[in-house]
Design a protein around this ligand. Structure first.
Ligand code: BG6
Length: 455
């Protein structure tokens, strides 16, 4: 059997600024909402993270050794514009990083906003205020002007759907549905505005959104459960992609928002902005599918992958066919193939996988990390991605989460994802030294062979 990956397939890996950089208040960086949020007991803050800011040269060297063709990272808004004015030291850091990646033949793949709103913007009302749309556009313009000739792939906003639906968990928002979906609307307008801005500039790259997309299964063949799946998918997935691609709200999602009293106010100018800001490709993060039934009342664990319910519409339920990670997230590689197909059938745009991976309590023993579970997880997902490519889906690249260990959104450093282990715990910084895990060598071989070894 021959390999189905195109010759120029972007084998990559991902991180985000606040989870990996540290140096939270150095070189004139301002605080972001992530630096000041209350952190869950037993986990850690993001102030040092895994110290990438000081060690990026060593890290890029390791990325090169790993063989990465692409490195997807985010830029910290509050490092670049700590108080609305450009911080030259912030620009310099990303300039150095981008140049170093290019010198090592690694494509920089940049997300402009990944959960880390500057505190001064949050204090002025954050995304609830329309003014934030322009502040975001100004920030993006600064990035485009500095890096628009160097970066081939841009993403606007990471997991906007997670911010809207599970913001209280990841520390971005804790408001009513009505408030959240007004904020969300402003983000959608901001995204369309910067997409248009990008298209009007003379830049080399392409731009797209980066939501967390998960196909939604109905819990049974009961018609009610099928309708529940339709609505969950509309609210969680298609709302975000329909606006990014078609410039319009998804009709089911809009109906649901109206029914629960959470439909945002949309002006005529907003409508025009949304219509003028279609994306070039779709980046998305995939961890697992969701399964829903029609609504019944029950207490639910809520996080970005566990889901939630909307009275009268749907409720997430456990899928008994899927194994779980040790952190309770289902593992569904076939669901990855299904999700890739579903997105591509709806939008017919090239896809870039910007996150996929397994969080685990890795153990460093004698300088080694035997993370066979990570190899198994990634191998199964790559197999299914290859099948999706055979199905006819256009996939530009695959950037698993994460290139190097970083701090999880709400479960500390104990929940690790990287190919490279960083020696610290939630309580102690230790020496922050880097160690190559078994998965590092395995992924290195995948990249070298442009796919999996065929058995
Ligand atoms: C995504 C985010 O939700 O999933 C990342 O874009 C995050 O920032 C990743 O780290 C894994 O989630 P968690 O909660 O395990 O860190």
């Amino acid at each position: 059997m021959t390999n189905k990956f195109p010759k120029d397939f972007l084998w990559g890996a991902s991180t985000s600024a606040y989870q990996v950089e540290g140096a939270w208040n150095e070189d004139n960086k301002g605080p972001s909402v992530q630096d000041v949020k209350e952190i869950p007991a037993g986990t850690t803050d993001f102030k040092v993270a895994t110290d990438h800011y000081h060690r990026y040269e060593e890290d890029v060297k390791l990325f090169k050794e790993l063989g990465l063709k692409a490195y997807r990272f985010s830029i910290s808004w509050s490092r670049v514009m700590p108080d609305g004015v450009v911080n030259p030291e912030g620009i310099q850091f990303y300039k150095n990083l981008i140049q170093l990646l290019l010198d090592n033949q690694i494509q920089p793949v940049v997300t402009v906003f990944h959960f880390d709103l500057p505190v001064y913007i949050a204090e002025q009302g954050g995304w609830e205020k329309r003014e934030t749309i322009q502040a975001f556009a100004d920030y993006c313009q600064v990035l485009f002007e500095h890096f628009g000739q160097k970066v081939p792939l841009w993403q606007t906003i990471n997991e906007q759907n997670v911010m809207a639906l599970a913001g209280s968990i990841i520390g971005t928002s804790n408001k009513t549905m009505k408030e959240k979906f007004q904020e969300n609307h402003h983000m959608l307008v901001a995204q369309a505005l910067v997409t248009k801005q990008f298209h009007e500039g003379n830049y080399i790259g392409k731009i797209g959104p980066a939501p967390n997309i998960a196909s939604v299964y109905a819990a049974s063949d009961k018609p009610d459960d099928q309708i529940a799946a339709l609505y969950m998918s509309a609210l969680r997935n298609w709302l975000f992609l329909d606006v990014a691609v078609f410039g319009k709200y998804n009709h089911n999602a809009w109906h649901l928002l109206e029914k629960i009293g959470a439909a945002p106010q949309v002006t005529e100018e907003d409508r025009q902005t949304l219509a003028a800001g279609s994306c070039d490709y779709i980046a998305f993060n995939y961890y697992n599918t969701m399964t829903v039934s029609s609504y019944f009342e029950k207490d639910q664990r809520i996080d970005q992958q566990s889901g939630f319910g909307i009275p009268g519409f749907f409720q997430t339920v456990e899928n008994k066919h899927l194994p779980m990670t040790e952190f309770g997230w289902p593992i569904d590689p076939e669901g990855f193939r299904f999700t890739l197909n579903e997105i591509y059938s709806r939008y017919r745009l090239p896809l870039l996988v910007t996150e996929n991976g397994i969080g685990a309590k890795d153990q460093l023993i004698d300088g080694k990390v035997h993370d066979q579970y990570r190899i198994d997880y990634l191998e199964q997902h790559i197999q299914q991605m290859e099948r999706a490519i055979e199905d006819g889906v256009e996939v530009l690249g695959y950037c698993p989460w994460s290139a190097i260990d970083l701090i999880s959104t709400h479960e500390g450093i104990a929940k690790r994802y990287g190919f490279i282990y960083v020696n610290r715990t939630d309580d102690e910084l230790l020496d922050l030294a880097r160690y190559k895990k078994d998965s590092f060598y395995w992924y290195q071989n995948v990249i070298e062979k442009n796919g999996l070894d065929k058995r």
